[in-house]
Design a protein around this ligand. Structure first.
Ligand code: RP5
Length: 163
């Protein structure tokens, strides 16, 4: 693969209501200098939009897709079924089951079509961005440097003793 090729990350979510969580993906990618786009795509409410997006993702220079969904969260798996691009799923914290439904829907993909599953909610959104950046950094040395700097800062910020 070519070094320093500028793949972008595509952030998608099932509903406007997911944006409160998914904006943390944007915020984290911005810190690392990764290019991204953000869209609302619902597997059940906008299936045609989902099909168009996923089937054209490769030719649109997308390197990783981060998909957030809540409840019966089939969006990441459906997208993964339509594209060979790696898909990372963020289980959104649902009202009734606190996101356990979302987590199990995303994590329990039957063999053959994988979705990388992160933690429920905000931690998952931030980690999805960090993991997406790590994947992009395999072909982009600037991103690798930025990601390493962020980790070094994080390590330095941990105090030796509690106050
Ligand atoms: C899913 O249904 C979305 O990902 C969202 O988490 C959940 C609830 O959607 P709204 O009813 O808030 O639009 O498709």
């Amino acid at each position: 693969m070519k070094k320093n090729k500028s793949f972008k990350v595509s952030i998608v979510m099932g509903s406007q209501s997911d944006y409160k969580t998914m904006q943390l993906v944007e915020k984290t990618l911005k810190k690392i200098g990764v290019s991204f786009e953000t869209k609302i795509i619902s597997a059940h409410r906008t299936p045609k939009r989902m099909y168009e997006f996923a089937s054209n993702a490769e030719k649109n220079n997308i390197g990783v897709i981060v998909a957030g969904a809540g409840g019966s969260a089939h969006l990441p798996g459906m997208i993964a079924a339509l594209t060979p691009i790696p898909v990372l799923g963020v289980p959104i914290e649902s009202k009734k089951l606190k996101g356990l439904d979302s987590l199990l829907s995303i994590a329990q993909m039957p063999k053959g079509i994988p979705v990388g599953t992160l933690a429920i909610g905000e931690d998952g959104a931030i980690n999805a961005a960090l993991l997406a950046a790590a994947i992009i950094s395999n072909t982009n040395s600037n991103i690798k440097k930025n990601l390493n700097n962020l980790r070094t800062q994080q390590t330095k910020a941990v105090k030796k003793r509690p106050k």
